[in-house]
Design a protein around this ligand. Sequence first.
Ligand code: UT7
Length: 318
Amino acid sequence: MSFYIAGTGSALPRKVVTNDDLGKIMDTNDEWIRTRTGIRERRVLTNETLTELTEAAGGQALADAGLKPEEIDLVLCATMRGDMITPSQACLTAEKLGIVAPCFDINAACSAMLYSFEIADAFISTGRANNVLVLACEAMSRQLDWTDRSSCILFGDGAAAVVLKKGEGLIAQTMVCEPARTIYNCAYDGASPFSTVENRKVGLVMDGKETYKFAVNVMLAQMEKVLEKAGLTMDDIDYVLPHQANIRIIDAAKKRFGIEDGKVLTNIDSYGNMSATSIPVLLDENAKAGKFKKGDKLLLVAFGAGMTAAAAVCVWSK
Ligand code: UT7
């Protein structure tokens, strides 16, 4: 298929919030959070903007790919909500990086990075772009209901970027949405003086148990589907990069496929769930650590509100 991953980058807020820090402001504790989710700490925005982070992550990815801003043909940003509703986060970042190209955001919750891969593939394979900058960012801390201890402890803020370049690398992709609005959503209300809606719930709402069940099923299904599409088995895969929502969901996938230790990459302990940003941060950190060899096959899989889900298999070609 049309592209390979030519560059990566990531940038995280400075503030580290540990489980013990949360225990000081709500009725929770480190033991509960760690054993139920695998999370120890997360990063949270204080006085930084998302744009500062996406600019840093995008700049790193461009440098890593050896590309100048004028060589980028399209900028996508995987996010539920950037610094502004409009202009898009892709526009805000392109302006900072000196890129003049079409820019738009993709909202598919935690699956948005992999949805963006499909869009990049469509542009590159039809000759409309050679180099696509895909950003990801999320300010979950601005969207959470901080009075709901069952959801606000799960998430963190961050940004990341990849440069997708025309060439051989992507082997197969899948994406899906199975509507299930009520179990996991995040509403925004502009408080119009004419609105007659009363007691509208604003902020993230999640039925943890239902989301958990859905997540395990849909993640396993997407992994099976993308392997089948790629004509591969799990034995052919060198590394799995799953969405970082809960270590128990990741362990369920490990068990189902009998995946050996070390093959499934995680960073949920340090960052929690950063929505669409989780997978590209994981990718960037492991790339920078020299984990991937040329020719390694990576399986990326995500799921999120919608409920959306997506997967991709690609060869590390750098
Ligand atoms: O991209 C996002 C996708 N989202 C997910 O993948 C999340 C999927 N769901 C989950 O990860 C889990 O359902 C949670 C971690 C959110 C919750 O774990 P659980 O094992 O389903 O816990 P629970 O909701 O059944 O709660 C068990 C108990 C309750 O107390 P009682 O009723 O048994 O007395 C809760 O009130 O734990 C209590 N509880 C807490 N206690 C301490 C809930 N949140 C907390 C907390 N600290 N933060």
